[in-house]
Design a protein around this ligand. Structure first.
Ligand code: DHB
Length: 389
């Protein structure tokens, strides 16, 4: 087979890129080692920036986000015994939408199927070859183990932080910037009514907790834990006790219910530069990872492929030789702003395992500044709702 753009990875980044290219009349083949069902049942974040919603609606895949998404005009920062609301519209004239990443994926997968897109889930033995030629290759095996090869003009790695594409760039040609954190999130989905209208980002002496939501009867919550924590050590009762203690310190009470899913999510910050080598371009988590606080991961991936689709069109249709380099420049500006924002939200709200009294009081001072300074809360609102591009 041969196509214009071969895309490794059929998550939201890969599918949105294929969708945008299709709208521009550019062909693609997308592969993913996961089945569609595996992707649809892996719970991810739930907040879409204003421009992510716009990208979905303007490209014709926004029906469900407009119908089922829930507008959030602010968040509660909870610390020092009380909640403090950050109001996005009055600070930056924007808001965000609560709409789960798994639903974004479903909408895009349905759109690809409807438009006759070539998307192959559940493939094996993925590799890329000849990436510094003008005829790079993507290789894989299908469900029956038969080998396939797709030749393309450009290869795009949208295969996430554990994919093969980032390491297909030779070591001498790449730099990896990395930061680890001494904590993780314990994430749950539970059957209960919402505990709060808006999301609560909760700082406490026992560590961070995030109260999010999904539907009127299913809620999403997280609490900071040790990265080595074992979900089997946590009964529903123990989880509720921990969550309640953390939010009670700031005057909240959670509505409890049966817990349907328990997972530990690792934290890290990562960027690989540059984001292109020859005819191989990286987008989304394949090029960069952020810790989850602030929900930047999906939004950053969508921002990457929006710019990449434009630059690919210039490259493929108009032979603009610098177009892919300009993708990298445009993307990296946002990537590092989002890296800082995610790092900042994370370190402001989480408790270090060896935190001193100074560390905790300084955090409360920082949170007080954010909650009471219009300049500081405007920075939070800008980052949370997303920078213009
Ligand atoms: C959710 C996840 C986040 O990391 C965040 O900052 C806000 C919401 C969520 O899953 O709902």
């Amino acid at each position: 087979t041969s196509t214009d753009v071969a895309i490794v990875g059929g998550g939201p980044a890969g599918l949105m890129l294929a969708h945008l290219l299709h709208r521009a009349g550019i062909g693609s083949v997308v592969i993913d080692i996961r089945t569609r069902r595996e992707i649809e049942t892996t719970h991810r974040a739930g907040i879409l920036e204003q421009d992510s919603v716009r990208l979905l609606t303007e490209s014709g895949v926004g029906d469900r986000v407009l119908r089922d998404g829930r507008r959030h005009a602010g968040i509660d920062l909870a610390f020092g015994g009380a909640g403090h609301r950050i109001d996005f519209p009055s600070l930056v004239g924007a808001s965000v939408q609560l709409y789960p990443q798994t639903d974004v994926f479903t909408d895009l997968a349905d759109a690809r199927a409807r438009d006759g897109g070539d998307v192959r889930f559940g493939v094996g033995d993925v590799s890329v070859a000849d990436i510094v030629t003008d005829r790079p290759l993507m290789r894989f095996t299908d469900a029956d183990g038969r080998p396939h090869e797709v030749g393309a003009r450009v290869l795009v790695g949208c295969d996430g932080s554990r994919g093969i594409c980032r390491s297909a760039v030779p070591e001498a040609e790449r730099r990896q910037y990395f930061r680890a954190y001494p904590y993780a999130w314990f994430g749950i989905l539970c059957q209960a009514p919402p505990s709060s209208e808006e999301l609560i980002y909760n700082h406490s002496d026992r560590g961070f907790a995030l109260i999010s939501r999904r539907t009127e009867s299913v809620q999403r919550m997280y609490f900071q834990c040790d990265p080595a924590e074992n979900v089997t050590d946590w009964s529903d009762a123990r989880i509720w006790e921990e969550l309640q203690q953390r939010v009670r310190a700031n005057g909240y009470t959670l509505k409890e219910g049966p817990i349907m899913s328990k997972t530990v999510l690792p934290f890290r910050s990562f960027v690989q530069e540059t984001m292109r080598h020859g005819a191989l371009v990286l987008a989304g988590d394949a090029a960069h990872t952020v810790p989850p606080t602030g929900a930047k991961g999906l939004n950053l991936a969508l921002a990457d492929v929006r710019v990449l689709a434009e630059q690919l069109e210039l490259h493929l249709r108009h032979g603009d030789a610098d177009a892919l380099e300009r993708y990298v420049e445009r993307a990296l500006q946002r990537v590092w702003k989002a890296q800082h924002f995610s790092y900042w939200m994370t370190t402001m709200l989480h408790r270090l395992p060896d935190a001193s009294g100074f560390d905790v009081r300084r955090q409360v001072g920082e949170l007080t500044s954010v909650a009471t300074s219009r300049a500081a809360s405007t920075y939070l609102a800008e980052g949370y709702t997303g920078w213009p591009s």
